[in-house]
Design a protein around this ligand. Structure first.
Ligand SMILES: Cc1cc2nc3c(=O)[nH]c(=O)nc-3n(C[C@H](O)[C@H](O)[C@H](O)COP(=O)(O)O)c2cc1C
Length: 351
């Protein structure tokens, strides 16, 4: 008999369990993605923080570590989105993840090449639009989720979106265990997607000093603030956030300028390309000039925490769920635990 945990999402993605690891800049690197896929889940490589011309090499590195299918998550309105799409298609990557500013012609190209298109949305109307543009499955992230986030709680958003679209919904924002997986299935989702929980695994590349900050944080330490880039971001309140909240406009502008220069160095994008991308963001997402100017803060200050291991001066994007996570299992241990707990919960409900 097939397990009730084997959903249509598993068939779509070619994974054993309906558990997705989301794209997290500087975190979702080949080692983590491969470990998730080898454990029976489905991982997304975070290409938004890899120079576009190096994405093909990261795909090859992931493939060398796992023969399981995986996905690539990227920003469709950033410089080099076409280069990343080419790499996804040429290397036969199973799925493409994206969120803001979906590009209809890029989606068409990916779909024509047989790539599963799986955007992330934070509101029912965005899910409806994503389906119209060709999404094969949609991750819906509720307000509890880490990083850029919306206002609708996961418990409300998932059933709303499941009713609004006909493609499979994957619930994100606040998941960590088997009971959560069963709850998501009950709400109409076909699986769960987790960011923070996978950041806190053995195969995550995040240095110990930063991991400690996440493990120590209580639910109340995780807040939503616009101080980083003008958009609501869920993160752990640390020294950087307190400093940003204290600074006036000139201090924030200076930080944004330094982040933009760092992003330019990191991605190899020209000033003209960055300007074009900024204008596209402003158009698609109705951002203010200040929000466009601050757009490089999140990726560059996240690197300080995630790669340099400095949780004091770096940005700590995090779901509320970090407040109830206290260990750092391997991905195989985590997946086995989630599946066992979900099966036990289903049995208990059946009784
Ligand atoms: C450390 C961290 C980095 C993230 N980076 C990105 C990113 O680069 N792009 C993106 O679309 N979402 C990013 N997110 C959001 C996650 O992909 C995911 O939607 C979210 O973490 C789900 O909520 P959870 O943390 O409660 O599981 C990030 C989240 C975290 C915690």
């Amino acid at each position: 008999m097939t397990s009730p945990l084997h959903t249509e999402l598993c068939d779509l993605l070619g994974c054993r369990w309906p558990v997705v690891q989301t794209g997290m800049g500087w975190v979702a690197e080949p080692e983590l993605v491969a470990a998730v896929c080898n454990a029976g889940g489905f991982g997304f490589l975070a290409a938004a923080t890899i120079p576009p011309r190096e994405v093909a090499a990261a795909i090859e590195r992931t493939r060398a570590l796992s023969d399981r299918p995986f996905g690539v998550n990227f920003l469709m309105d950033a410089p080099g989105a076409d280069v990343i799409s080419d790499a996804i298609i040429e290397h036969g990557v199973r799925a493409a993840g994206y969120n803001r500013a979906p590009d209809a012609s890029l989606i068409r190209r990916l779909k024509d090449a047989g790539v599963v298109c799986m955007p992330t949305c934070g509101a029912p109307k965005h899910a409806v639009k994503a389906e119209r543009l060709g999404a094969d499955a949609i991750i819906v992230q509720g307000a509890e989720g880490g990083g850029h986030t919306g206002t609708v709680p996961t418990s409300l958003l998932v059933s709303q979106c499941a009713d609004a679209v006909s493609v499979p919904i994957v619930a994100a924002g606040g998941f960590r265990d088997g009971r959560g997986l069963v709850a998501a299935l009950a709400l109409g989702a076909k699986g769960i997607a987790m960011g923070t929980r996978f950041l806190l695994t053995r195969e995550s590349p995040v240095p110990d000093a930063t991991v400690e900050r996440y493990l120590e944080a209580e639910v109340d330490d995780v807040v939503v603030s616009r101080a980083l880039d003008g958009l609501p971001q869920r993160m752990i309140r640390n020294e950087l956030l307190r400093e940003l909240e204290r600074r006036g406009a000139p201090g924030r502008l200076w930080l944004a300028f330094r982040s933009a220069l760092a992003l330019r160095r990191e991605t190899g994008a020209s000033l003209l390309e960055l300007l074009r991308s900024g204008l596209a963001m402003r158009r698609h997402e109705r951002l203010t000039r200040a929000q466009v100017l601050m757009a490089a803060n999140a990726p560059m200050l996240a690197r300080t925490a995630m790669t340099d291991g400095d949780p004091v001066h770096g940005y700590l994007p995090s779901g509320t769920v970090t407040g109830v996570i206290e260990d750092r299992p391997t991905c195989a241990e985590l997946l086995a635990r989630i599946v066992e707990e979900a099966e036990t919960t289903l049995k208990a409900l059946g009784r």
